[in-house]
Design a protein around this ligand. Sequence first.
Ligand SMILES: C[S@@+](CC[C@H](N)C(=O)[O-])C[C@H]1O[C@@H](n2cnc3c(N)ncnc32)[C@H](O)[C@@H]1O
Length: 242
Amino acid sequence: MKDPSLRRSVTLFRAFLRERQEPERCYALLARDAADQVERYGSVDGKVVVDVGGGAGYFTEEFRRRGAQAFLFEPDLRELGARGEKPPEGAVVADGYLLPVATGAADVTFSSNVLEHVADPQTFLSELVRITRPGGLIYVAFTNWLSPWGGHEWAPWHYLGAERARARHERRTGTPAKHQLGVNLFAHHIGPTLRQVRARDDVTVVSARSRYWPFLAETVAKVPGVREFTTWNLLLILRRCP
Ligand SMILES: C[S@@+](CC[C@H](N)C(=O)[O-])C[C@H]1O[C@@H](n2cnc3c(N)ncnc32)[C@H](O)[C@@H]1O
């Protein structure tokens, strides 16, 4: 599937709608898609790829399939074991704020849908930058708060307030919501994130675009205000400065 293309976006969206019923299919597809996005900037074959907050390891496995030496770092044991089988070999329980990885060790540092789950995105990003070698690539994608999916399992009701949306979800499903604003989900916005990343002198922004949009992917991420609602998920491709 070509990125971006309408066919790709529709396929991803359909898989996402069936995420609960068919998680394997959904995440395997997403992992292939993300790896394709990384490989637009060069093959990962033989490269060191560090997957931070990689959950059950779908992305790590996809990078390994493509010949990378991929390493999974994930702080939550429940996420690591979410597939009910062993996580990828060598998986490390570690927090993205403080990775047990040498400075400059990674050719590619990869983080998919983690930034909205950390309270301090700049410190998290600094750690990703630290472990990336000069000239290396950093892939960071996250769902911003005002995205239609910003409230995760209680979306789109987060537009009416996080607590109300969460309570509604619990009433409707009879189960506790996985996410709580300010605890494991944070209201990060595109504008401030882009300004902070552009102000850094240790990375250059190669691309800032919607991760899933089939067209105008860079344009939708450019229009202040509007982009907070239309981008869905911001993909940042950064290059570590020499
Ligand atoms: C929505 S899941 C994303 C999993 C996978 N990367 C993906 O795209 O499907 C968010 C992940 O971020 C992890 N996470 C939360 N806080 C983190 C932190 N401080 N450092 C690293 N990972 C973190 C969670 O444990 C969880 O596995």
